[in-house]
Design a protein around this ligand. Sequence first.
Ligand code: BG6
Length: 484
Amino acid sequence: MSKTVSDNFLWGGALSGCQAEGAYNLDGKTMTIPEVMRFDDKTDRKVTKQMHITKEMIQAAKADEDTIFYPKRRGIDFYHTFKEDLALMAEMGFQVFRYSISWARVFPNGDEKDPNPKALQFYDELVDTCIQLGMQPLITISHFDMPLVLIEKYGGWSDRKLIDLYVQYCKVLFQHFKGRIKYWIPFNEINMSVKAGAKTLGIIDEGQDNYEEMLFQGLHHQFLAASIVTKLAHDIDPANKVGSMVAYFTTYPHTCKPEDAIAMQKDDQMKNLFFLDVLNRGAYPYYAKSYFKEKGICLKMQQLDLQMIKENPADFIGISYYNSMISAGDDSRLELTSGNVHSVYKNPYLPANEWGWQIDPIGLRYTLNHIYDRYQKPVFILENSSGFYDTLNEDNTVNDPYRIEYLRLHIKQMELAIEDGVEVLGYTMWGPIDMISSSTSEMSKRYGFIYVDQDDYGNGTKKRYKKDSFYWYKKVIESNGEIL
Ligand code: BG6
């Protein structure tokens, strides 16, 4: 057994309901933002653009029952296949399975008094299957799947009323799953809120002059909601652990010019640390206040908001880690490349995947040290991997050495960070089974150890096949990270 990774370390994988589940209109569920995002097969995959979601698009999509060009409506039909799929995860030895619950399934109208019993029945079966198979469920309560009803009735998180509705939703989950679920993430990658407002906050960009202010206001409501539900989770069951989570955009100075170092510091503050600072240090940091002043952003807060945030910090830090970036005082000559959720400046020292996302394993060790040093709290790697094109061979095998190599290098760096002294709770690689890409809605951008026979248009048998990486990850887990 590895001397580096402790015996209680949790190995596993992570999916989101809105990319895997399908069954978008079954058993009472109402529609969500990902189900109005149309797949554009003409788009340039090397450019990260946030889809501009308008009210008209939402109305048109609602009237259209198509599931070919709205791939997240069908996902990989995990709603019906989860038992067999989870058995495959358990075969790899997963000790933890991260998954997201759909708000629009549990409260289809957003503001009714009682939850939808069919939704709870589905999640009961899913959670119980995980437990029977020896995997702890780790639950994301909101993963890029804003219910449309909450956008239409309230304008999303711009309305403070969303806090009460979200708290009611969480209360149902904490009470219903008491003793069965220990780890909770209130919001997936909360730093994406100000980058992808429709997807995360349900705040639609209609060219408002104060759109950025609206996003930060919505984010304030999410910060407050996260604090309230952290308290609630602890009150309902002191064994509950509630994490804060960001997509960490590790950044390096373009050169050793002091101007570049300052640019790097500022990027790190407003793209990464701000969100973790509020949720873990319990206060709005000085640099955010000056950013707001510079941008003319004025947040509405009630008297006890800051006290609630201060008194209820998160229990651990969750990160997703895909690509790093660079910062420069003068960025006029830097070249852009695609990255998770937004484009970044190209680092000439790093290779990239087919979508232009740069691959930087050492950055993971750097990031883990950076975060642990600042917060002195355990870190959970909740997402890490890369999209690749795969080919299913005639004998139903998939040879994916590129995926094994990517993960091997990153896990190695995680282990070096553990040797540096960082406390890492676990590692849930992103997308153990192929599913629909969040950003591009492609099926062919694959992450899985398990191949799903479905193309970008939904054609295929949907059968599952084990890739070479399946057997590799099984050995990694068996050896507790020693055999990579
Ligand atoms: C993360 C999201 O930011 O990136 C996931 O939490 C997403 O939902 C992942 O799938 C990878 O992005 P993509 O666009 O390649 O699916």
